[in-house]
Write a protein that binds this ligand. Structure first.
Ligand code: RFL
Ligand code: PHB
Length: 389
């Protein structure tokens, strides 16, 4: 089999890249190690920046998002027992869109399949070859048979644990990492959200977040020790802990119900440099991870796709390799700023096991500054709605 771009991974970055290239007449094949049901079962990100919304529109998959997504003009920070609003719209002129990653993925899969796109699910032992030259290829096994896919470029969109980053020459690859000493325990429940905007709460017992997927589906998180087991958290224990970490009004307004999903995610900051190795590119989580506090993971995947699709379109339309050569540099400039913001939000809002009474006072002083100074609030808002591409 031959294609122009071999894409490893059918998560949001692989699907979005394939769809945008297709609309510009560039052919791709996606190889995904899991099944479609497995990919759609993962509950992950929930907040889209305007840049990501624009990318989905340009990919021709924005209709349902605009119908069902919730536009948020601001968010609330809760500390010392009260809530303080950050007005994104007034501070930056921009808003964010609450629309789950599962829905984004579903819309992209539907579009790819409707337009004749090839996604090979349950592709095993995907291996990348010869990307240091002009004729790369990928091999994989499907139903016990080994296949070969020849291509011009390989896009490694296969997430943090994928094969692409591992295939990069390890003497060239540099990695930067911070592992945080806690996780987020998240639940999804078929209850109306407690507030029409997200509430990020700093509390000495640990961080909490009130989020949502729709007007009838809520997503809540509490910070928990890394070694906690999901089974140790009954729904009642979760709701009690959440109530203790938010202000009284929010705690009293909270409508609880049985959880329909419950999981613990570790928090990590990670960047791999460079993101280009000859004719192979790393995209999205394959190259970088952010802690979810700034809601940047999925949005960074979209901006990587923007830079890579632009470069490939320029290559096929004009024969120019200039943007291809610059992909890593262009993408990393934006990535490091999102890494900084996510790290800053994480430090501001979480309780660290070794933090002192002084550290706690610093957090409260900074939260007070951010919520009472227009400049402080604007810096948070500008980063949250997303820096320009
Ligand atoms: P994905 O979504 O991980 O997709 C990668 C795809 O590649 C497949 N794959 C392979 N395919 C073929 N061969 C191999 N060897 C392969 N290895 C892996 C995988 O099965 C998968 O389908 O990466 P992508 O597309 O770059 O998208 C990135 C986003 O998914 C990610 O940034 C966010 O979901 C991060 N994230 C969150 N971001 C937020 O903004 N807000 C959140 O609340 C949030 N929660 C989360 C998250 C990520 C989590 N992970 C990675 C465990 C919660 C979790 C639990
Ligand atoms: C979510 O709804 O899952 C969500 C929202 C905002 C975040 C992280 C996760 O910062």
């Amino acid at each position: 089999m031959r294609t122009q771009v071999a894409i490893i991974g059918a998560g949001p970055s692989g699907l979005l890249l394939s769809q945008i290239l297709h609309r510009q007449g560039i052919d791709s094949v996606i190889l995904e190690q899991r099944s479609l049901e497995y990919v759609l079962g993962r509950i992950r990100a929930g907040v889209l920046e305007q840049g990501a919304v624009k990318m989905l529109d340009e990919a021709g998959v924005g209709a349902r998002m605009h119908r069902e997504g919730l536009i948020h003009d601001g968010t609330e920070l809760c500390f010392d027992g009260s809530r303080h609003r950050i007005d994104f719209k007034a501070l930056t002129g921009e808003t964010v869109m609450v629309y789950g990653q599962t829905e984004v993925t579903r819309d992209l899969v539907d579009a790819r399949l409707a337009e004749g796109g090839v996604i090979v699910y349950e592709a095993e032992d995907v291996a990348l070859h010869d990307f240091d030259g002009a004729k790369p290829h990928v091999t994989y096994r499907k139903d016990g048979v080994t296949h070969r896919l020849d291509c011009d470029f390989i896009a490694g969109c296969d997430g943090y644990h994928g094969a692409s980053r591992k295939a990069a020459p390890q003497d060239v690859l540099k990695t930067f990492e911070r592992v945080y000493p806690f996780g987020w325990l998240g639940i999804l429940s078929e209850t109306p959200p407690v507030s029409h905007e997200l509430i990020y709460a700093n509390h000495e017992r640990g961080f909490a977040l009130c989020s949502m997927r729709s007007n009838v589906l809520s997503r809540y998180y509490v910070q928990c020790p890394l070694d906690d087991k999901v089974d140790a958290w009954s729904d009642d224990r979760f709701w009690d802990e959440l109530r203790r970490r938010v202000d009284t009004e929010t705690a009293e307004a909270l409508i609880t119900g049985p959880s329909i999903e419950k999981s613990i995610a570790p928090l990590r900051s990670f960047v791999a440099e460079p993101m280009k190795f000859g004719r192979m590119f790393l995209v999205g989580d394959a190259a970088h991870i952010v802690p979810p506090t700034g809601a940047k993971g999925l949005n960074l995947a979209a901006s990587d796709v923007y830079y890579l699709a632009r470069a490939m379109i320029d290559f096929y339309d004009n024969g120019s390799e200039m943007l291809i050569e610059r992909y890593s540099e262009d993408a990393l400039r934006r990535i490091w700023k999102a890494e900084r913001f996510s790290w800053w939000m994480t430090n501001l809002l979480h309780t660290f096991p070794d933090s002192s009474a002084f550290d706690r006072k610093m957090q409260i002083a900074e939260l007070d500054y951010v919520t009472s100074s227009k400049v402080g609030a604007a810096a948070l808002a500008e980063n949250y709605v997303g820096l320009p591409y």
